[in-house]
Design a protein around this ligand. Structure first.
Ligand SMILES: [Zn+2]
Ligand SMILES: [Zn+2]
Length: 181
């Protein structure tokens, strides 16, 4: 039986390239599998919004078909080893056609699979540049902020960053965005 190769990609946000994840996926796995792990790795919802992979620039090159959040859609079934990629090739990926969050996906290398390893998997990510919760800071405590309160940020015209506890206690029912590191 032919051993499946592993495709090692680097996925980065197109407009915040500092934020990236290295993801390995097997050749016989699908764009639907790839979509799911990208959504998880970049804190995108796995239950909402369409996404699509493109052979080149998002909107301007050949799309591989839409992928729905539940893993259905015309683009979900295509296998990674059927995309005709060679090392160094770049694709793009868009999550949420409205918010238009674009990613650059580079095939860094094709390698042999490791034994007893589940694919796809995230193997590394950018070094996080943490920011801190402003409510905790007022108490002279340094806690990593994991949320940005959209409502307070809009109102105060600056970014209001919070930890989970402070968001729940002091900003109950406010819309908030999870911060990606
Ligand atoms: Zn806090
Ligand atoms: Zn708030």
């Amino acid at each position: 039986m032919k051993k499946e190769k592993v495709y090692a990609f680097k996925a980065a946000l197109k407009y915040r390239k500092r934020l990236w994840r290295r993801i390995e996926i097997k050749g016989n796995q699908t764009l639907g599998d790839f979509d799911y792990i990208i959504r998880e790795a970049f804190n995108h919802d796995t239950w909402d919004h369409l996404s699509e992979f493109y052979s080149g620039q998002v909107w301007y090159s050949k799309g591989f078909g839409e992928i729905e959040p539940d893993g259905r859609g015309s683009g979900a079934k295509k296998q990674i080893d059927q995309l005709g990629l060679i090392e160094g090739n770049t694709m793009e990926y868009v999550y949420d056609f409205g918010d238009d969050i674009q990613h650059i996906i580079t095939l860094e290398k094709i390698v042999e699979p490791e034994k007893e390893t589940e694919y796809p998997r995230v193997v590394s990510k950018n070094k996080p540049k943490y920011r801190y919760c402003e409510s905790c800071e007022e108490q002279m405590v340094k806690t990593i902020a994991t949320w940005s309160c959209i409502e307070c940020s809009d109102e105060e015209q600056r970014e209001v960053l919070l930890c989970e506890d402070c968001l729940e206690k002091e900003h109950e029912n406010h819309y908030a965005d999870e911060i990606l590191y």
